[in-house]
Structures are given as structure tokens and as C-alpha cells.
Design a protein around this ligand. Structure first.
Ligand code: ATP
Ligand code: TZE
Ligand code: MG
Length: 266
């Protein structure tokens, strides 16, 4: 389901990731560190969990891309987030914002508003989080979505246009939009949201693919298609979320770029 999407560009992006092994600086939450690092390794990228303000900007000068996730935020971490995001912006490398539970507290909303000043390349979040940013209001119960990605497609498109960022709304169907062009990525497994911080890891993967893509919209589609295909493959052998997680890492590792053609159809 595409508009103007070159499936070849998606497959090429997946190939370039394998050639370049992009270094992704992850400023991410305590829950997600393990799954994000291992998912990047399995997907042929290279993680570095570097968040402290004393080194965050310096690290961003050698990274290929940065991901900033507010999942377990505190003031010292926020300083590191600003340092890395502004360096990424100045260098013109992609940086991805993951606004975990942004609707839940005023501190999260203020932090996200301040981080938006560094103009994220991509915002990757679930539907409730995107809705909270789009409406500037509290929404959702916490880190999990209570809204449907497809239902907020138009809010996502307007937000992408207003911010000049690609917006990825994850869910049973992922909505990937730059405001003008929107792709729906289907697939995956219904137990994926039960793997805590898989969305955070998805944001890190979006950073990796954007570092290797002709444009961030294609980059974001590549990451979400890779997860959708791997989730589907993993779901065949998994008996629950516990076994789904290692199976997903194996499926990503074994995935071939051409496998993405199955999920991103014309
Ligand atoms: N019902 C579903 N069926 C198939 N895949 C899904 C479903 N829900 C989510 N996914 C996939 O699971 C991954 C994580 O997305 P999700 O929307 O759960 O992120 P999230 O809410 O930000 O997660 P977290 O905050 O735990 O990191 C994405 O790749 C998404 O496509
Ligand atoms: C459960 C949880 N709490 C803060 S961050 C996080 C990981 C999923 O977003
Ligand atoms: Mg999330």
C-alpha cells in the first residue's frame, strides 16, 4: 500500500545497512537498552548506549545516527539528549525521537516540546503518543497505546507536515508519513506489543536505516518493514511473548533484503 514508494529503494536501503553497519548512538530508557542493542546487532547495525552530557555530543560527532527516547527520563539525561540531538542536527545526520508516554505527565510534554526544537528527522511512537503531541494534550494510560494507528493517520500526516519530520505510528498496521507521502506497513505478530520496549528498539532501527537511505521516509519504511516481516516469521515458531523475542532477533539476523518486498507491496 504505497504512494510513490519505490520498493527497490527499500530493498537497497536494507542492503546498504548490511554493507555499512551504521553506528547508532542510543539515548534510551533502562527497559529498552538490552532489547534495542541486541535488535540493532541482529539487524546488522551497531549500537552505542551513550547518554551522559559529558560525552553525548562528542559521541554524536562519530555516530551515523542518533535515537533519543524519553522512557525513563531525568534532568541529567535530558541534558545529554539536547547535546546529542543538537549535534546530530548540526551535522545533518538523522536523529529519531521516541516520545514514550508523552501524554502521561507535564514533564514529558515539556521535554518533548523542547527536543522538537532540534527538528527530529523522524518521530516514531504509538498512536496514543502521536495523538498527545498532535493535540498538545494528555492522552493514553502510560507507555502502551489505547488508540489505533490507522484511525489517527490524518493527525500523523498533519503533524509530519507541521514539523517537517517523518512520523511513524506503530501498531498492527504501521503508518509512515512525511505529510505528503504515506505508506501503510502490515504484518508482524499481535504479541509484539507484549515485548516491552520493542517500540523503543524499533526507533533505534529507524535511526540505523535512515543513515543508509536516500531519504528518511524510505529509511523509516525499511525499518518497519523489516520488523513486520521478522515478526511474522518469528510468530510461526513462538508460543508467547517470551519466545517471540529471541525468535524475532533470529529472524532479523537471517532476513534477506528481498524479503521486504512481501511486506511493502505496490
Ligand atoms: N497488533 C500488532 N500486530 C502486529 N504488529 C504489531 C502490533 N502492535 C504493534 N506491533 C509492532 O510491534 C512493534 C512495536 O510497536 P508498539 O506500537 O508496540 O510500540 P510502543 O507502544 O512504542 O512500544 P514500547 O513503548 O513498549 O517500546 C512495531 O514493530 C509494531 O509494528
Ligand atoms: C515500561 C516502560 N516504562 C518506561 S519506558 C518503558 C519501556 C516501554 O516503553
Ligand atoms: Mg513506545
Amino acid at each position: 500500500m504505497t504512494s510513490d514508494l519505490s520498493v527497490d529503494a527499500v530493498v537497497d536501503t536494507a542492503r546498504v545497512v548490511r554493507q555499512r553497519t551504521p553506528l547508532v548512538q542510543c539515548i534510551t530508557n533502562y527497559v529498552s537498552m538490552d532489547v534495542a542493542a541486541n535488535l540493532l546487532n541482529a539487524a546488522h547495525a551497531s549500537p552505542a548506549m551513550v547518554h551522559d552530557v559529558n560525552e553525548a555530543a562528542e559521541m554524536a560527532t562519530i555516530a551515523s545516527a542518533v535515537t533519543v527516547n524519553i522512557g525513563t527520563l531525568s534532568p541529567p539525561w535530558v541534558e545529554g539528549m539536547h547535546a546529542a540531538a543538537s549535534t546530530a542536527h548540526d551535522r545533518g545526520i538523522p536523529w529519531v525521537l521516541d516520545p514514550v508516554a508523552v501524554g502521561a505527565t507535564a514533564y514529558r510534554r515539556e521535554t518533548v516540546t523542547a527536543l522538537l526544537a532540534h527538528r527530529p528527522t523522524v518521530i516514531r511512537a504509538n498512536a496514543s503518543e502521536i495523538l498527545a503531541i498532535a493535540t498538545s494534550q494528555g492522552a493514553g494510560r502510560g507507555v502502551d497505546s489505547t488508540d489505533d494507528s490507522i484511525a489517527i493517520r490524518h493527525e500523523a500526516e498533519k503533524l509530519a507536515e507541521a514539523l517537517g519530520s517523518v512520523v511513524v505510528v506503530s501498531g498492527a498496521t504501521d503508518v509512515v508519513t512525511d505529510g505528503e507521502r504515506t505508506v501503510l506497513v502490515e504484518g508482524g505478530d499481535p504479541r509484539m506489543p507484549l515485548i516491552s520496549a520493542l517500540g523503543c528498539a524499533a526507533s533505534a532501527l529507524v535511526a540505523a536505516t535512515c543513515a543508509c537511505a536516500p531519504d528518511p521516509w524510505v529509511g523509516a519504511v525499511t525499518a518497519m518493514a523489516a520488523l513486520a516481516d521478522a515478526g511474522e516469521v518469528a510468530g510461526r515458531s513462538a508460543s508467547g511473548p517470551g519466545t517471540l523475542r529471541p525468535a524475532l532477533l533470529d529472524a532479523l539476523y537471517l532476513q534477506q533484503p528481498d524479503d521486504l518486498r512481501k511486506v511493502v507491496r505496490r
